[in-house]
Design a protein around this ligand. Structure first.
Ligand SMILES: Nc1ncnc2c1ncn2[C@@H]1O[C@H](COP(=O)(O)OP(=O)(O)OP(=O)(O)O)[C@@H](O)[C@H]1O
Ligand SMILES: [Mg+2]
Length: 270
């Protein structure tokens, strides 16, 4: 397990007692607090980042489970960049991406980049209540350096490369550039989550898939039609799909409340 030398009070003595060589090796291993500008936000319940706002809820628990499974998978084989997509618009890709980025980063212990690749319908500035800054659209348009568009989002702990200005330029994601960006950024981050458009139009998703080690397919419980899920699986190829995330399962908190005494934010027993 890598040791964080920046943000763990408890490790202070440990750091002081290490030799300069060991300290530098520790720095190399550590991936906390990379030197990017920081945006500090208030995380409101409507953002649906339950991992942060309702950490004892069933939803948060499920994201932590996925996080653990992904880390096991990463320990077993090379897997770092994940495409997060869904058969249809509105299935919950961005909500899942935000929760997973938060869970994986564990308050900044691990460097996680959330790359918003849905340049047609970006939503992360709005969900996080952030003032906009140039992002992927501008980098693709002007061959800009994506590193200059990355900021750390506190208190969630992950890094964000936003889509930037929404565009309707249909072929923007079809070039080789998005893949090159992901490959270039892989040296800096431990995880790269790509919040992608839905699986149609196909050309975009296939171009993005080429740069990712696996896909998480988000489907909306009781809403995404079976045929659309089958079509998406065919487009992506079963071998690329690491898992399917069923978003919006009703009543799951009621089941969990029996075990964890989950208390809803407004104070009523769940
Ligand atoms: N589990 C859930 N329960 C209730 N509402 C949800 C849930 N997941 C997402 N939503 C809401 O559904 C809407 C769509 O979610 P989200 O933006 O995450 O989907 P998306 O797949 O990224 O959409 P798009 O295709 O437009 O990018 C948002 O208003 C979000 O707050
Ligand atoms: Mg989205």
């Amino acid at each position: 397990m890598s040791k964080t030398v920046f943000n763990a009070e408890a490790e202070k003595d440990d750091i002081l007692s290490t030799s300069p060589d060991e300290f530098l090796k520790g720095l190399e291993r550590s991936d906390a607090f990379l030197p990017f500008p920081v945006e500090t936000i208030s995380v409101l319940p409507e953002s649906r980042i339950v991992v942060h706002t309702e950490p004892r809820s069933a939803g948060a628990d499920r994201f932590r489970l996925i996080q653990v499974r992904l880390r096991h998978l990463q320990a077993a084989r090379k897997i770092k960049s994940l495409l997060i997509t869904s058969p249809l618009p509105g299935d919950g890709k961005s909500t899942v991406s935000l929760n997973l980025a938060t869970a994986l980063s564990e308050q900044g212990k691990r460097s996680v980049l959330l790359l918003e690749a849905d340049v047609y319908r970006p939503s992360l500035f709005k969900k996080l209540k952030l003032n906009s800054w140039p992002g992927l659209t501008e980098c693709l348009d002007k061959h800009g350096d994506p590193m200059l568009s990355i900021r750390r989002i506190d208190p969630l702990g992950f890094y964000l490369l936003p889509a930037g200005t929404p565009t309707d330029a249909g072929n923007l994601l079809q070039s080789a550039l998005p893949s090159q960006f992901v490959e270039g950024l892989a040296g800096t981050f431990r995880w790269i989550l790509v919040d992608a458009p839905p699986t149609t139009p196909m050309a975009e998703i296939l171009a993005l898939k080429a740069s990712c080690d696996g896909t998480l397919l988000v489907v909306r419980a009781g809403e995404t039609p079976r045929e659309a899920i089958e079509e998406a699986a065919k487009t992506l190829g079963m071998e690329h799909i690491l898992g399917v995330i069923l978003n919006g399962v009703q009543g799951i908190d009621r089941v969990y409340s029996k075990y964890y005494g989950y208390v809803k934010p407004h104070g009523q027993k769940g």
